[in-house]
Ligand binder design. Structure first.
Ligand SMILES: *Cc1c(COP(=O)(O)O)cnc(C)c1O
Length: 397
């Protein structure tokens, strides 16, 4: 096999739809917080595949779970039952405190599913008039790329020439409880929100925003849907980001780190009186809840607890924030974050800085032109954080 970078780049640019603009680094191996390219260069992974790799690359326990289940049973479809799905339910119940779950594959599918569930609850429990349900969302949201989800995006590049769009959504500013209060009508069934807007550039709402939102939703009898696909599962130093304000959303979407990077698996978690409205035939997915994915998810969740990765994320997040804030560079505009979800806002193009960081052995991704996301696997050590901070310091000089 040829190891020429040019060869791979040529194949990709000839045959791949150009919907991504990756750095020209071709990775072939990963272990923990580190990845290696085909030339043998080693990099500290400070993106962790958008927080899908909270457990780190190729975690030995996940390899074991993958191998064992791959040899045993991969797919049953939901026409039949399997052993892994109910066992995953049990773990999800213990982990989240929620009492009913619906398994899907990608994050976008989990959000789509939550939207269907909320609408159904609106018609059947709240008594909203047929086909009138409204869901309130926030400006700068990111919930995935399906036609319905981009329908309520405020990002022009996500939407351009993809219309017509799905109706039934209302966009309000993020972090503003009053705007929510004003936007609610008799047809509102839910408020869908990311506890921290990660894709938008790690935007953290004001203190007690989530708490206010929770009480507004309760008072107006609408569902609070927390999209924890990126912020959940330890990323922000809590099991779920909303926990820092002791909020209890009605529905929660998770994905990404739910499989520790091995397999697309996502879920909607919720209360029984809501999820039980999804009777047989109302929704489904050929691969949703398959034994292979569930066996991996069970282990991925176990690793978070066994290795104490959630409190580690909190502690190391504080450490990393302080270190990044100490970098004395006029190019840094702001450093913000919670747990190991950290955004470094620059006065210059973040992509050019990411290119230079890669030369220092640090893989980072720009988001929204001027923000670099520092979201390494939660298994990162203090020494590795120091290495990343030193790289930033050098590049920003
Ligand atoms: C990544 C992400 C999604 C979409 O997940 P996919 O698996 O890419 O479909 C949805 N919501 C949030 C907050 C995300 O970060």
């Amino acid at each position: 096999m040829t190891k020429s970078v040019a060869h791979f780049l040529e194949l990709e640019s000839s045959f791949g739809a150009p919907n991504y603009l990756p750095l020209d680094i071709i990775l072939e191996r990963g272990e923990g917080t580190w990845v290696w390219d085909i030339l043998g260069n080693k990099y500290l992974d400070c993106l962790a595949s958008y927080s899908a790799l909270n457990q780190g690359h190729c975690h030995p326990k996940l390899i074991k779970a993958v191998e064992a289940q791959a040899k045993t049973l991969s797919l049953t479809s939901r026409a039949f039952r399997n052993t892994e799905l109910p066992l995953l339910y049990e773990i999800l119940h213990r982990f989240s405190g929620k009492d009913m779950f619906l398994l899907m594959n990608s994050g976008a599918e989990a959000v789509e599913t939550a939207i269907k569930i909320a609408r159904r609850w609106g018609y059947r429990s709240k008594g909203v008039e047929k086909d009138k349900a409204e869901i309130i969302v926030c400006e700068n949201n990111f919930h995935g790329r399906t036609t319905t989800l981009i329908s309520f995006s405020s990002e022009e590049t996500y939407k351009k020439d993809f219309g017509p769009f799905t109706p039934g959504f209302k966009i309000i500013p993020f972090g503003d409880p009053l705007a929510l209060e004003k936007a609610i009508t008799k047809n509102t069934v839910a408020f869908l929100v990311e506890p921290i807007q990660a894709e938008a550039g790690v935007l953290i709402p004001p203190d007690s925003y989530l708490k206010s939102v929770e009480s507004i939703c309760k008072k107006a009898n609408i569902l609070l849907i927390a999209d924890e696909i990126q912020t959940g599962l330890g990323r922000t130093g809590e099991r779920f980001c909303f926990e820092r304000e002791s909020v209890k959303p009605d529905l929660i979407t998770i994905g990404k780190a739910l499989s520790g990077g091995y397999y697309p698996i996502s879920a909607v978690l919720g209360d029984k009186h809501i999820l039980e409205l999804m009777e047989p035939g109302s929704h489904g997915s050929t691969f949703g809840g398959n034994p292979f994915g569930c066996a991996i998810a069970k282990q991925a969740l176990n690793i978070l607890s066994e290795e104490d990765l959630i409190s580690k994320s909190k502690e190391l997040g504080i450490y990393a924030l302080e270190k990044f804030r100490k970098i004395d560079s006029p190019l840094i505009k702001d450093v913000r974050g919670m747990g190991l979800l950290i955004g470094i806002e620059l006065n210059v193009s973040a992509r050019s800085i990411c290119l230079k960081l890669a030369r220092e052995g640090i893989l980072c991704k720009d988001t929204h032109d001027t923000v670099i996301r520092f979201t390494p696997p939660l298994v990162i050590t203090k020494q590795e954080i120091d290495f990343a901070v030193e790289g930033f310091r050098k590049v920003l000089k």
